[in-house]
Design a protein around this ligand. Structure first.
Ligand SMILES: Cc1cc2nc3c(=O)[nH]c(=O)nc-3n(C[C@H](O)[C@H](O)[C@H](O)COP(=O)(O)OP(=O)(O)OC[C@H]3O[C@@H](n4cnc5c(N)ncnc54)[C@H](O)[C@@H]3O)c2cc1C
Length: 403
């Protein structure tokens, strides 16, 4: 990789250190991300959380420094680094007390375009996505009546002339209001019981041509600041040239991207877990009750130690899954296991950290209650723990499917 081609702060890291950085630690990248995050302190995130506002300045800083295009090949203007490097970026954002959810999908949603788009589509969109002038950070799969059974999605796209006409409804589509492009999974053929995941297709929706012209976006306020929305499609026209990959094979095309998403979200949970352990440890050392630090009591220190053990174990699984992904090997089970272990470990750490802080854990200014709410999401999205256990039971252990 040439330094010249790397955008922003990534370009400042020397080629030598980048070679080393491609090992498990990515120390240089972590240090640079920590410096960037230092400019966005707890007070910054607290105001956004209170107002449910989008962290535009933070996302711009990450874009300018090249972090959001870290996975895009250099030929299209990105840094061309492995998934493990992207994981290091997101982990550090979360360890610093920030939240990468506002933009993490800009890193990986382009994967479907990169792997399955035509050369012309890649040339048309990827350089602008890499430059940050086009945001592709909305990925619309979930529907209210389908739930986790994606084969039951009912949003349809019907080809008429040189356009698809899209009708239906999606729910929980995050960042749709902050994206220029949205990857949409819809049915182009009715569900076939023998091949339930076939007959779905991927369309790239250009939001400026869609909003108010067949697409309506309704924000959904949630317990955390996540910019999530509900989408209504009413005969939305999407050019046939925006079909990504083969018609009817959309589900297969998104699977790789789902593994990347699970691994990166697991890395965010590791960052959250380390944030909680850091904060709990510091507070337990400093807070004095009964004439000494509360952390000398084993009732306080053992849960923190247990949280640390669980986070470190989960981090090992995240590294393993990312390593398999980067080697181009099958990693579905490992990506799922990493997401499950990391999200459970971060939630345990969150609870311990809150408990360690007594009443102060509930005060906004400590950031713990906010991070507590934020990290809870990842046992439900992008896939709930039960579905992961079902995958492991049937794929890794060969147990019979229940559905
Ligand atoms: C803040 C937020 C952001 C999101 N962002 C996006 C996004 O950008 N794009 C997108 O497409 N989706 C997004 N999602 C959707 C998310 O992926 C889904 O909410 C999640 O996959 C669960 O689907 P569901 O809500 O329909 O739950 P349901 O399918 O209704 O399931 C409810 C519960 O039942 C359990 N369950 C269901 N079937 C079984 C079974 N057979 N065995 C055992 N347990 C079962 C599930 O594990 C779950 O706990 C987001 C969700 C949230 C809350």
């Amino acid at each position: 990789m040439t330094q010249r081609n790397r955008p922003g702060a990534l370009a400042q890291l020397s080629n030598d250190t980048m070679q080393q950085a491609e090992g498990p630690s990515h120390a240089d990248i972590r240090e640079a991300v920590r410096r960037l995050c230092g400019r966005f302190d707890g007070a910054y995130w607290q105001v956004l959380d209170r107002e449910r506002a989008y962290p535009a300045a933070f996302v711009k800083a990450l874009t300018d420094d090249g972090y959001l295009s870290i996975l895009i090949p250099e030929a299209y203007g990105g840094a061309g680094l492995p998934l493990a490097a992207a994981a290091a970026v997101l982990e550090e954002i979360h360890r610093s007390g920030g939240n990468g959810a506002a933009c993490h999908a800009q890193m990986y949603t382009m994967g479907a375009l990169l792997r399955h788009g035509s050369d012309e589509q890649k040339r048309r969109w990827l350089p602008q996505i890499a430059a940050g002038t086009l945001r592709l950070q909305a990925f619309a799969v979930t529907e209210p009546d389908a739930g986790v059974d994606t084969s039951r999605i009912a949003t349809t796209a019907r080809l008429e002339g040189d356009s698809y006409l899209v009708s239906g409804r999606k729910i929980w589509i995050s960042r749709a209001e902050h994206s220029d492009l949205m990857l949409l999974l819809c049915r182009t053929r009715p569900r076939d019981e023998a091949h339930p995941t076939r007959g779905m297709s991927l369309l790239l929706v250009e939001m400026k041509d869609a909003v108010g012209k067949g697409l309506t976006i309704r924000p959904v306020r949630t317990m955390l600041n996540h910019a999530t929305t509900e989408l209504f499609f009413d005969e939305l026209k999407v050019p046939a040239g925006n079909l990504i990959g083969a018609e009817g094979e959309g589900f297969r095309h998104v699977l790789d991207g789902m593994n990347a998403e699970r691994i990166l979200i697991a890395a965010e949970c590791i960052g959250d877990g380390r944030f909680f352990v850091d904060r709990a440890t510091a507070y337990a050392n400093q807070r004095e009750v009964f004439g000494g630090p509360i952390g000398r009591n084993q009732g306080v220190q053992f849960p923190i130690a247990r949280a640390y053990v669980q986070i470190e174990a989960a981090a090992g699984m995240v590294e393993r899954a990312a390593g398999l992904f980067d080697a181009g090997r099958k990693c579905g089970t490992e990506a799922n296991m990493a997401k499950m272990l990391a999200s459970e470990a971060s939630w345990f750490a969150a609870d311990v950290c809150l408990q360690t802080h007594g009443g102060f854990g509930f005060a906004e200014e400590y950031d713990i209650e906010r991070k507590f709410r934020e990290t809870r999401l990842y046992q439900t999205a992008p896939i709930p723990t039960n579905l992961i256990l079902s995958h492991v039971a049937t794929h890794a252990l060969g147990l019979p499917k229940s559905f």
